[in-house]
Design a protein around this ligand. Structure first.
Ligand SMILES: [Zn+2]
Length: 128
């Protein structure tokens, strides 16, 4: 599965980054995915959960950010967001444009807890 490979690379990057901060624990990782990367965010979350379950990264949270597709008009250099496959320049109505972004697949950020004290986060269950 496409998403399983991505989840694996994200975890590898997290481990590399975590190794640079001894004594800290990665708690949240942000991944930026372009609309064109054809990644299913829910499938990616599912794979990520499956890979981190019962590991030292079990409490790591995955945040997925979808980046819109952006084009630049070749006639007037206006940059615009492409919605619903409408490639028309909003300024000069030209249909000639180049793709600027939308196929990203990268680690956006990694949050770590210092000293290994990991809090349960904002969704901590209420105790009776
Ligand atoms: Zn234009």
């Amino acid at each position: 599965m496409h998403e399983m490979g991505i989840a694996n690379s994200v975890l590898e990057a997290v481990r590399v980054e975590a190794a640079r901060h001894p004594g800290s624990y990665p708690c949240r990782v942000g991944v930026r995915i372009g609309e064109l990367a054809a990644v299913d965010p829910s499938a990616l979350e599912f794979c990520f959960d499956a890979l981190t379950r019962e590991t030292d990264l079990e409490s790591l949270q995955l945040e997925i950010e979808i980046c819109p597709r952006r084009h630049r008009c070749l006639d007037c250099a206006t940059e615009f967001r492409v919605k619903d496959f409408n490639f028309e320049c909003p300024r000069c109505r030209s249909l000639r444009s180049e793709c600027l972004s939308g196929d990203e697949l990268e680690l956006a950020y990694l949050e770590v807890e210092e000293n290994g004290t990991v809090t349960a986060g904002k969704e901590s269950p209420e105790r009776e």
